[in-house]
Design a protein around this ligand. Structure first.
Ligand code: NAD
Ligand code: 13P
Length: 416
């Protein structure tokens, strides 16, 4: 049988941590996976500081390519410093080369960059590949909203599931225990385009009649999907829940597999807006009660958003019972970057963007752009008023309101 080749598209703080997990597992399961894991790196020149154990006086402060640093020292010194990466991670500056012949593609980069990268991959990947998106955010265009899992799948003509959870990357990279949620629920394969390689009993007679199983499947908004899912050739191990659990599970990274892709993706996107609000009130010095209050309202708005706009498939239980819901909300409002930067911004009297630029060493916040994107979607539907916390966060970011307005803004609507 063939082995699955895995590529990680992205190599930031979380991208590098997920690459570590995957590379440990591909090495542990040679019967299922090729050992080497390709990791696409957005190439940049990085200087290794004197405080790093990889500092080489003969190179001094001359910048080196990040891919070269990762492949030489097995450490992403810029985005995941002081964590030893497995030697079977291969850093590759070409996303097309990294993804060639991969049956499993893991998308893990800040959501603002996925559009351009995904375009480069169109037509260049195996048609029967499967994806998992670890991206927290939503794609909003002309008042339409999509989940990245869906949007990637539609763009590349593949199926893409979603991974999200209470997963602060630095803790996991140090192998501190946590949980995650993976949603994977592919529609039936299209038998007319199935099995592009390898003989199968029915492949000699191509059936052009559309049977119910071949009919376009519905996406999570009930729209007809244009993706005709190709079967994975039968000489590969099946790409099912058991296989994805094997690929991601570590003793320090427990995995629950579910089918609610919309719920998993939305939880990860929307909690970033709430984490900004938690940072605002904490930065204002209002303490834990105020933080708990915005978390409560935030969770209600998350569930309401899911039900209102993704009601066909989303389960409220995904928000309240799984790691990708309430647990991610709690961890993000305790130690996440959105929380920390919003708190610092209020304490220093500067903008969140300014704190992001000065404090994160190139890491990116997702909450600021998600607040804007979700608001433009709500505004287009005349539904801003129904989401007072989401709306307040954008108004504070853009200077129309201040943190002091939060209690009054949340009191205006008493049924959320
Ligand atoms: P990050 O915040 O570390 O961002 C830096 C990454 O962006 C680097 O890999 C950098 O090379 C890349 N980059 C910078 N400019 C770019 C450009 N112009 N084009 C393409 N790439 C560019 O990223 P991350 O923490 O790995 O986050 C990826 C996703 O994972 C996000 O959606 C985030 O919400 C989610 N996530 C993060 C964490 C965490 O703790 N870091 C945890 C769970 C989920
Ligand atoms: P931040 O991007 O705010 O750090 O959140 C990380 C996260 O998603 C934890 O689950």
């Amino acid at each position: 049988t063939k082995k699955h080749k895995v590529t990680i598209v992205g190599s930031g703080n979380w991208g590098s941590t997920i690459a570590k997990i995957i590379a440990e597992n591909t090495k542990a399961h040679p019967e299922l996976f090729e050992e080497d894991v390709q990791m696409w790196v957005y190439e940049e020149e990085v200087t290794i500081g004197k405080d790093s154990k990889h500092y080489d006086p003969s190179i001094g402060s001359s910048p080196q390519k990040l891919t070269h640093i990762i492949n030489t020292y097995h450490e992403n010194v810029k985005y995941l410093p002081n964590i030893k990466l497995p030697a079977n991670i291969v850093a590759n500056p070409s996303v097309v080369d990294a993804a060639t012949n991969s049956t499993i593609l893991i998308f893990n980069l800040p959501h603002q960059f996925i559009g351009r990268i995904s375009k480069q991959l169109e037509g260049k990947i195996l048609p029967y590949a499967r994806g998992i998106s670890c991206i927290k955010g939503v794609e909003v265009t002309e008042s339409e909203i999509s989940l990245f899992s869906e949007w990637i799948g539609e763009g590349l003509g593949i199926y893409c599931g979603a991974l999200s959870g209470a997963n602060i990357a630095n803790e996991i990279a140090q192998e501190k225990w946590c949980e995650t949620t993976i949603a994977y629920d592919p529609p039936p394969v299209d038998s007319r385009v199935a099995t592009p390689t390898g003989p199968s009993p029915s492949s000699s007679s191509v059936n052009l009649t559309i049977t119910p199983a071949d009919a376009p499947h519905k996406d999570v908004l009930g729209r007809n999907s244009k993706v005709r899912l190709r079967a994975v050739p039968s000489d590969y191990p099946p790409l099912d829940h058991a296989l994805f659990k094997t690929l991601f599970y570590r003793p320090y990274f427990h995995v629950r597999m579910v089918s609610d892709v919309a719920g998993v993706s939305l939880g990860g996107a929307l909690k970033n807006i709430v984490a900004l609000a938690a940072g605002f009130v904490d930065g204002r010095g209002w303490g834990d009660n105020a933080k708990a209050a915005v978390m409560r309202v935030g969770l209600l708005e998350m569930v309401q958003f899911g039900k209102e706009f993704f009601g066909q498939t989303v389960h409220a239980g995904t928000f309240t019972e799984e790691s990708c819901g309430v647990a991610d909300l709690i961890t993000s409002c305790s130690g996440g970057r959105n929380f920390r930067c919003a708190k610092m911004a209020v304490e220093r009297g500067v903008s969140v963007d300014e704190v992001e630029a000065t404090e994160l060493n190139g890491q990116k916040l997702q909450g600021t752009s998600t607040a804007k994107e979700v608001n433009s979607f709500l505004k287009a539907r005349g539904r801003e008023e129904g989401y007072p916390l989401f709306t307040a966060v954008l108004d504070i970011l853009e200077g129309r309101n201040t943190v002091d307005d939060i209690p009054a803004l949340l009191a205006r609507v008493d049924d959320v």
